[in-house]
Write a protein that binds this ligand. Sequence first.
Ligand code: SAM
Length: 311
Amino acid sequence: MTDKCNLRCVYCMPESGLAWLRRDELLSYEETVEIVRGAARAGVRTIRLTGGEPLVRRDLDRLVAGIHEVEGIADLALSTNAVLLEEQLAGLVGAGLRRVNISLDTLDPARFERIARRPGLDRVLAGIDAAIAAGLAPLKINCVVMRGENDDEIPAFARLTQERDVYVRFIEVMPVHENLGLQAETYVSSDEILDRVRTIDEIQPVPGPPGNGPARYFALPGAKGAVGVISPLSHDYCERCNRVRLTADGRLRLCLFGDQHVDLRTPLRAGATTEAIADLFRASMSIKPERHHLRLGEASSRMRAFSEIGG
Ligand code: SAM
């Protein structure tokens, strides 16, 4: 959607120094909807809007409405830090949004400001409450775990699932060029994360919400929601991965951790038909790698920051 963000999370982006895409490099909403139309014709059924921070792009509800109308798209979700969610929610829901994934790494305001390098925990919590009140479900909360930073909050996050029908997903911190030192120092494996959840009570594997997501889910006794772990390093999910990502400048990336991509913007701006875009989607599957080659403290692609392509 965009490479810009209103936060600067330490594991995701540098504080400054990233070169933003120029306006003419960004796909317009009309171009994005046309690519979604081609994707749907090639068999894509699920779209998730990510970034950067999608809510910093003006009138995002226009894009949501456009995608909502594409025949064949059955599921449309938004990944957001939720800082701007409460104020935009009514418009987004009116446009057809049914699901949000909210990123939240701490429940402590001072820590939030240290991790995100910006204040805003109160607005994120208001966004979560607004999403629940609006009936957006299943609500997923994504928490990147860092040793010595927020790993002591694993039980507090897991307890949220006892009271509320939410999925709290703990994510192993992944390496990109901007965070190699931090990643190697703070990495906590999902096995250790689950052991910390077990300090509350025993947990049982559960199916989790519908969809082809990368998480494995577990529930505490009597919990309304569930805990999930996303383990790209310790238990990769490459064999189940059917995802591709469209960058804000119109490249279709075939793996989060690889540089294989297909440029869709150039053919689109040269007048490609919906069927031609669908053909590019079908053809690009042949270069989707079998698996990634991530290692602790090593970046496996040229990507500097996650904000460039979305997590
Ligand atoms: N701004 C939106 C948000 O906060 O959800 C969407 C983009 S953000 C890049 C998507 C997700 O990627 C967030 O949950 C974020 O925490 C996660 N993420 C970013 N960098 C990461 C890293 N190095 N390791 C693991 N997860 C990361």
